[in-house]
Design a protein around this ligand. Sequence first.
Ligand code: TXA
Ligand code: MG
Length: 319
Amino acid sequence: MEKDKEMSNIQKAVTILRQGGLVALPTETVYGLAADAENSQAVHKIFTAKQRPTHHPLILHVATLNHLEGWVREIPDSAYRLAQAFWPGPLTLILKKGIKAHDLITGKQDTIGIRIPEHPMALSLLEELGGPVAAPSANRFGRISPTTAAAVFEELGSSVDYILDGGPCEVGIESTIVDVTGLTPMILRPGFIISQQLEEVLHQEVLIKEKSHIRVSGSLSSHYAPITKTSLIQTDQIPELQVEGVCGLLHRTCIDKPLPNLEYFPMPETPKLFAQSLYHLLREADKRQFTEILIEAVPDTSEWDGVRDRLKRATFTFK
Ligand code: TXA
Ligand code: MG
């Protein structure tokens, strides 16, 4: 019965996509805002709904490599290996674009981002559609990506034609993006899949693109930030915190002496569970009208790369 309902919801979503509408799509990372990739008018609606500049490229989501014909020009051996190891899964590969890849999807670049998502509803929808959708995260430009159907509605309201509810996202942060068009694969955005895992599959070094522009990007609108001022603090600063008004503190380590004007949001200790709940908790904290949201910094090790990257993007300054 449940399965029947799920199938009819997927059918409805596919019909809307075929008619040129926008569907919020659950994936294992975050919810996407999907349009039929072949329909450039529909893809254009994504930019309007998100208030996103049109030169920002979109990721193409497919159910199988067969649906990539015409969209990519060549698939290097490294891409095949990564696809075999990690797809369906939270990995986006940047490949050379094919003739079908129009400027609106590629942001006029010579490359295109591709991913096979792991969520069963996303896969059923893509199989049923029989072709790719273009889908960025289903948030307004610069805001936190949604990890539940309710968060999609908060972000986009009626500018999305249908929200396919697939429950809370397992991974919780956006996919790892790897550019495999050059001699050395390069991580453009860290995520759940880390460089060592990619290196194990490729038997080759994988570089991580310097993110220095993000650290100084206080004035940029493109960081994934709450509306409330948000700052990162070190663990040893927590006992001596002096704050104005009431602040929220997302912390990973134990708090010995709670302070009266801080509200505490305990975070999981492992990177996997931390990532899973991060955006949801940030979103909740953001609704509370705190003077400031404080987040305890996370370890400097590679399994925290994805989370550390999102924390940097969400915060302006180190206190
Ligand atoms: O997990 C995810 O990747 C989610 C779910 C919905 O799949 N999608 C997502 O999309 O995070 P979006 O649009 O919010 O972020 C995509 C990122 C952007 O920063 C964009 O610049 C980059 O991917 N990107 C897309 N195509 C690219 C290309 N050809 N070259 C370099 N970067 C690209
Ligand atoms: Mg996004």
